[in-house]
Design a binder for this molecule. Structure first.
Ligand SMILES: [Zn+2]
Length: 391
């Protein structure tokens, strides 16, 4: 192994106490989406102390940042993504203190050992993954477009690469009818709730005729004011998900048509409001392979294939634009569910700290390989392009 790569690892080791402190501080001061002021202050200060130029409040988000380190001008541009939001009431039940700390740790460790090789390292502070999905406006603002590769880690029950994530549309349907006394003059009313109920029924019929990776799940968010009033307003919220953005777009349109049909059938008016949309993760095999090799090289444990079933992440929308990969890093026993008290508890343990160091070294080592092996980067970009062409 090149001496410089060994040096990248030693950089991580000599920072390890500092990284533990940062992780534990973020963990013990949990902040929910778009309120992560303390975390951002600590992370950006650490980056500045290490020679990064930090731009705060990017893409109109108070707690988003872009930290850039340009080494000898030009060269490949490698991005590390940091998350740091906690879950309301639970705290750091999704391991994001580790994601944020590993993201900056990898960027700093790598920036110090580039030798004569020109490269640009960018650390992205991406807020509110659990709520409003900070990466979406950052994607829309084109902040990731300059990257050759985007890398991040996520703690969980195994060390893994290639975890799928579903494209998603989160949609509100608001039906409007006409209120009336439900017993004395029902014929004068138009029930908005009827529209919602026909929407749910129509979705059940649609379910049979979509690809099996499709997930459509909704709740009634407004069912009317009282049982003796014909509801003049009713609303439902749906998640529509699928493995492939292009296919999902068609399913979403069919769900919208069900809603429009429900409105026509019931004489109500429907308003469709799309709250947010993620793309599915694009899995670049050559990039995932190099990430896994790097994890093995630094002694990662609990290495397993990714789980079959999956949710969605705003990182998917990043990997739709530029080649990207996520390292799942083990910090709880296999089978431990996410968003749990077990996740919270593991965040600052010896195992949590070990996972932080392993993830930081893996990300930095992968960045090092991509910068110093032009053939590898070329392969990754060609694979991504081929996948994009088939999208
Ligand atoms: Zn998470």
């Amino acid at each position: 192994m090149a001496a410089e790569k060994q040096e990248v690892y030693s950089n991580v080791e000599s920072m390890s106490q500092k990284l533990f402190e940062i992780n534990d501080f973020i963990h013990d001061n949990p902040e929910t989406g778009n309120q992560e002021f303390k975390a951002v202050e600590l992370l950006t200060k650490t980056l500045e102390d290490n020679g990064f130029t930090v731009e705060r409040g990017v893409a109109g988000l108070k707690t988003a940042f872009v930290a850039t380190y340009v080494h000898k001008g030009g060269g490949p541009t490698i991005g590390f993504l940091a998350e740091y939001d906690a879950l309301d009431k639970l705290g750091h039940g999704c391991g994001h203190s580790i994601i944020g700390t590993a993201g900056i740790g990898a960027g700093i460790a790598l920036s110090k050992s580039l030798g004569d090789t020109p490269a640009t390292i960018i650390v992205y502070g991406t807020p509110a993954e659990e709520t409003t999905s900070g990466k979406l406006p950052m994607v829309a603002a084109g902040l990731f477009d300059k990257l050759d590769v985007a890398l991040m880690t996520h703690p969980g029950d195994r060390t893994t690469v290639g975890s799928k994530s579903l494209a998603l549309n989160l949609v509100d349907f608001v039906f409007e009818g006409k209120a009336s006394h439900a017993a004395a003059s029902p014929e004068k009313g138009i029930s908005a709730l009827d529209g919602v109920m026909m929407l749910f029924n129509g979705v059940e019929y649609l379910r049979e005729h979509v690809r099996s990776d499709t997930r459509i799940h909704g709740i009634v968010t407004d069912g009317g004011a009282a049982a003796n009033i014909v509801p003049e307003r009713a609303a439902a919220r749906f998640y529509v998900r699928g493995a492939d953005r292009n296919y999902l777009n068609g399913v979403v349109e069919r769900v919208y048509n069900v809603a429009r049909g429900a409105a026509l059938a019931t004489g109500t008016k429907v308003t469709i409001k799309e709250i947010k949309a993620y793309d599915n993760k694009v899995l670049v095999e050559s990039l995932n392979n190099v990430l896994l090799e790097n994890a093995k090289a630094v002694g990662a444990t609990q290495i397993l294939p990714p789980p079959e079933s999956t949710g969605s992440t705003d990182f998917g929308s990043v990997t739709f634009r530029v080649p990207g990969a996520e390292l799942g890093i083990a910090f709880v026993p296999v089978g431990t569910p996410g968003h749990s008290k077990d996740f919270v508890a593991a965040g600052t343990t010896e195992t949590g700290h070990a996972a932080l160091i392993t993830a930081t070294k893996t990300l930095a080592g992968t960045g090092y390989d991509l910068i110093t092996k032009p053939e590898l980067l070329k392969q990754v970009k060609a694979d991504f392009k081929a996948l994009s062409a088939s999208k």
